[in-house]
Structures are given as structure tokens and as C-alpha cells.
Design a protein around this ligand. Structure first.
Ligand code: ME8
Length: 514
């Protein structure tokens, strides 16, 4: 059994979770569930990033101590996970003792090795990104890009980590590990960034400016820079779990790839003598009318509203079906409703209804054995084989949107098969040949449904479980064995009905134009 360790970014707790945060959890969960289906021993970590200036400022604004503030907001992030049906094995908070202990021990080790030194720093700082800036980060007209928010100039004595010393090593590493970053074109952007000499990384903040952080073990007048603290969560959460580190994939958004995850993190690990992860998945942004959904811009959607309205499965399905991992997508309610109606309610929902209805009506609720293999049955079976053969490599390559598209096509064709066979007509005939075809059509639609469920269960786990339950079916232990067209359902007693994706009220189908 292969060990598979996957993480999400840890969210800042200076605001409530939004759709972008929810997407990252869902995407990571879909990968984790898929790897479990493939037989891996999965460890899935998510959590929250609780230190730093932003959190300190947000707590101050509310007039409460930072720890109390963190407790409140972290609870909100944590509560989101079961609502989204996320199967994380662990949830880390950077204010936890287990994390602080590891951060301090890594810092001490790097300090003892001479990788950290003290110097005077003069430069620009973005609080929104918790990042020091260089002149090359400016726009052509000298202003700072919007993403950095307010930028201030500071001068202070601080501790620095020898990033520059490892620049060549990192370039070599990336050149010899061409698929370290997914999608691959982002790796080129990192190499582009590394063409300029790196500055050493300032890893401390004087306590008088920022109190809310992990004190440096070798100088208690300073706290640890929030990124140095945060990145180490991936390791601190499993430091005492043998055989889990290194991570397979860190799932993050493209905004935090360069420099934190693609430059600081590999160098930190290498300098500390720790193994590097297999790679980093950098997903795109959910946009609203073309701009990034975020806490700071105030256009963030509350994911729970959609979950309450449509259920976790529909929400998960939309996010995974709509977004090509790595690229941006615009979120619109119209598009959500289009996919909900045409793919979930119509395609999948109809097949479920027809299978249950017709089996109840024509076969006393018991799934018959197939008896005939005419062209229509053979074609559908061939389409399944093709769908299945494409499915695994697509999911292994994180092309879940295409994998779902193929499954939807298979469902469309299954519904078309039902139209062509028209069991409701066959049911009126007393001829033996028609009765055999009727039984065959019932067995065929049920088997197609069982197979489709087997390959969407990582995306819509609740619906999948409920469909198997109404078919009276309990899938076997080995997922891959489930993917062969066969007669596993013969003789099972089905339930008469199941409402999976109720349609939204008609008035809601066509959103009013503003
Ligand atoms: O960056 N669409 O936290 P964060 C898609 N604490 N993803 C989005 C998004 C959007 N509109 N907005 C944010 C941090 N995200 C740090 C991470 S990791 C050691 C420390 C993603 O709360 C974002 O790209 O600002 C990131 O991966 C995650 O949400 C947390 O963002």
C-alpha cells in the first residue's frame, strides 16, 4: 500500500471562509478520495494560519485578545469541513503547541548550522501578503500592484535566512524535476523568477512591531515571520508520525506559489536536511465578474449559502466540473444552475428515477439478468470501457473536469439507450422476445448507473452512497474490480424512488436581470 500525504494551504483567520477556500478543500478532498479508491494509504491535512500582523490587527479591531479571535474564526473554518463532506485526517492550527515546538526546533537547527544571521533591513513591506517587496515588484509606473494592498517602508534589525546561497541548487532541482509544479507552465514562471538574484529571507519581526507570533528560540525579542511559521505546518503536523513525510502534493492557489511555496519552502526543507514533497499543485482563482474573489475586496461568496440551498454534492460537483485545475473560472449563479439542472438533475437524476421506476413497475422491484446483447447494448458497453480506460489517467493527472465530462457523456448515452429501447413499450408486449429485451434494458440501465456511480463517488459521495443504497448494492473492497461491466446487480431488490437533486423553484431558474 502506497502512502499518500496531501495538504491544502492553511487559511488566514482574519476573515470568514469564502468560495476560494472551499474550492481548495474540495479539490484536495477529491484527490484524497480518488487516491483512497486507488488503494493508497492517504493522510490528508488542512488547517489554519493564525499568526501575523493581519490577525493581530483584526483582533485589535474587535477589541479582543488574538487567541480568542483565532479560536472564533478557526471554529468557523473547521465547521465548514463536514458541511462540504471533506475527509481530512487532521486539522492543524499554527497556535498549537505541536506546531510551535517544531518551528522552534527547525529554527534552532538552522541557526546552529549558520543558515541564519542578523542584519539591518531597509525596504518595503506588504501587510496584505505578509511579504517583503523589491523594486522589481513595482508596476511600470512605480506604483505597487493592487495585490499587495498598502505598502510601507521600514528599517529594522532582523534575522535572515540564507536563501541566496541555495538559489543555484533550486534551479538545478527544478530543471531535474520538471513536473514538480502542476500545471507545468507554472514551473517555467518559477525559473523565470529565479533568473534574478534572490534576497536572503527576513524570518523575524521585532516584538515591539508584532507580538502575535512564535518567539525565535535564539532571541526572544523577535517572533517568527508568518510565512516561515506557516509553511512548516505541513511538516509539524506529521513530525511525530513515522512514514508520512514527505508530502506527495501541496495544493495551493497560484497567488502563493512564487515565492513562498516554490522558492522558500523547498530551500527551507533542503537546508534543514528534510526530504522535499513530490510536488505542488497550483490551482487558479474563482473570479466574480473578472476579479479575484477575496476577503479584502469584499466580493466573496459564502460557500455555506450554496451548500444550504443545493447540498454539498451539487456544490462540489460544480466546482470540480467547472474548473480546469490551474486556470481561473468565473463564478455565476446562472452557470451553477445550468450544470445543476442539465447534468445532475436531468442526466444523473433521470437515470436514477427511470431505473427505480421501471424496475418497480415491470419487474416487481427486482433487477433482472440481461439476456440479449444487441447492437444497442454492445455500443453502450463499449462506450463504458472507453470511459473507464480514460477515467483513471485523467484523474491521476488532476483533469477531473474532463473525467466528469466523459462520465456525463456516458450518462447521456445511457439515457439515449433507454429512449431507443423504450421499455415502456416493451412492457405492453406479451412476446417472449420483447420480454427478454425488457429485462435486458432494465439490467443494462442499472448496470450503467452502478458504474457511473463508481466513478463519481469522489466528487459526489453522498449521492453515490444513496444511489447504491436504493439499488440494494454494496460495492466490494477493491475499487478497480468494480469497474468491469457485469451482472453484480442481478437479483437485487431496489427501492421504488429517490429524490436526489430537486429542481430549484421555477422562478429561480431564470435569474432576474439587474
Ligand atoms: O495565503 N479562488 O491564506 P489565504 C481560489 N495563510 N482560491 C483562493 C481564492 C479564490 N478567489 N482566494 C484565496 C494564505 N484562495 C496563507 C497560506 S500556506 C502555508 C499559508 C486560496 O487565507 C489561496 O490561493 O489568503 C490559498 O491557497 C488559500 O485559499 C488560503 O488563502
Amino acid at each position: 500500500m502506497e502512502s499518500f500525504y496531501i495538504t491544502t494551504a492553511i487559511d488566514y483567520v482574519n476573515g470568514s471562509p469564502h468560495l476560494g477556500h472551499a474550492y481548495e478543500k474540495v479539490l484536495t478532498d477529491v484527490i484524497a478520495r480518488f487516491r483512497r479508491m486507488m488503494g493508497d494509504r492517504v493522510h490528508f491535512l488542512t488547517g489554519v494560519d493564525e499568526h501575523g500582523q493581519k490577525v493581530q490587527a483584526s483582533a485589535k479591531k474587535r477589541g479582543i485578545p488574538p487567541q480568542q479571535f483565532c479560536d472564533e474564526v478557526s471554529a468557523e473554518f473547521q465547521a465548514l469541513l463536514p458541511r462540504l463532506n471533506i475527509t481530512n485526517d487532521d486539522f492543524i492550527r499554527t497556535t498549537e503547541e505541536r506546531h510551535k515546538r517544531v518551528v522552534r526546533s527547525v529554527l534552532q537547527q538552522l541557526f546552529d548550522k549558520g543558515e541564519i544571521y542578523m542584519a539591518e533591513y531597509q525596504g518595503f513591506y506588504s501587510t496584505r501578503q505578509e511579504q517583503f517587496l523589491q523594486n522589481k515588484d513595482r508596476n511600470a509606473d512605480g506604483t505597487w500592484p493592487e495585490i499587495f494592498g498598502e505598502v510601507t517602508e521600514i528599517t529594522e534589525a532582523n534575522y535572515f535566512f540564507k536563501l541566496r546561497h541555495y538559489q543555484e541548487w533550486l534551479v538545478d532541482f527544478l530543471n531535474t524535476h520538471e513536473d514538480f509544479i502542476f500545471p507545468r507552465y507554472r514551473q517555467k514562471q518559477v525559473l523565470e523568477f529565479l533568473k534574478e538574484p534572490l534576497n536572503d529571507l527576513c524570518i523575524s519581526r521585532p516584538k515591539e512591531r508584532l507580538e502575535w507570533g512564535i518567539p525565535l528560540p535564539f532571541d526572544e525579542n523577535y517572533v517568527t515571520y508568518v510565512w516561515f511559521d506557516a509553511l512548516l505546518n505541513y511538516y509539524s503536523a506529521v513530525a511525530d508520525k513515522p512514514g508520512v513525510w514527505p508530502a506527495n502534493w501541496h495544493v495551493i492557489g497560484k497567488d502563493i506559489l512564487v515565492p513562498p511555496h516554490a522558492v522558500y519552502w523547498p530551500i527551507m526543507l533542503h537546508a534543514a536536511g528534510l526530504a522535499l514533497p513530490r510536488g505542488i499543485i497550483a490551482h487558479g482563482w474563482w473570479l466574480q465578474s473578472g476579479s479575484k474573489m477575496s476577503k479584502s475586496t469584499g466580493n466573496a461568496l459564502n460557500p455555506l449559502d450554496l451548500v444550504t440551498e443545493f447540498g454539498a454534492d451539487a456544490f462540489r460537483y460544480f466546482l470540480i466540473r467547472e474548473m480546469n485545475v490551474g486556470q481561473d473560472s468565473d463564478f455565476t449563479r446562472e452557470q451553477f444552475l445550468v450544470r445543476y439542472n442539465s447534468e445532475l438533475a436531468n442526466n444523473l437524476g433521470n437515470l436514477v428515477n427511470r431505473t427505480l421506476n421501471m424496475t418497480t413497475r415491470f419487474s416487481a422491484g427486482v433487477l433482472p439478468a440481461p439476456e440479449v446483447a444487441d447492437e444497442l447494448e454492445r455500443n453502450l458497453r463499449e462506450l463504458w470501457d472507453k470511459t473507464r480506460d480514460e477515467f483513471v489517467p485523467l484523474c491521476e493527472g488532476f483533469q477531473f473536469h474532463t473525467a466528469l465530462e466523459r462520465v456525463m457523456f456516458f450518462l447521456t448515452e445511457t439515457n439515449a439507450y433507454i429512449e431507443k429501447r423504450a421499455p415502456w413499450k416493451l412492457g405492453k408486449s406479451a412476446e417472449a422476445k420483447d420480454q427478454a429485451l425488457l429485462r435486458t434494458s432494465l439490467a443494462t440501465m442499472a448496470e450503467a448507473l452502478r458504474l457511473a456511480v463508481a466513478v463519481v463517488q469522489h466528487v459526489i459521495p453522498d449521492a453515490s452512497e444513496r444511489i447504491n443504497a436504493v439499488l440494494g448494492y454494496k460495492p466490494g473492497e477493491i475499487w478497480r474490480d468494480e469497474l468491469t461491466w457485469g451482472t453484480r446487480l442481478t437479483g437485487l431488490k431496489v427501492e421504488p424512488a429517490l429524490v436526489l437533486f430537486p429542481r430549484p423553484a421555477p422562478a429561480e431558474k431564470i435569474p432576474a436581470k439587474p
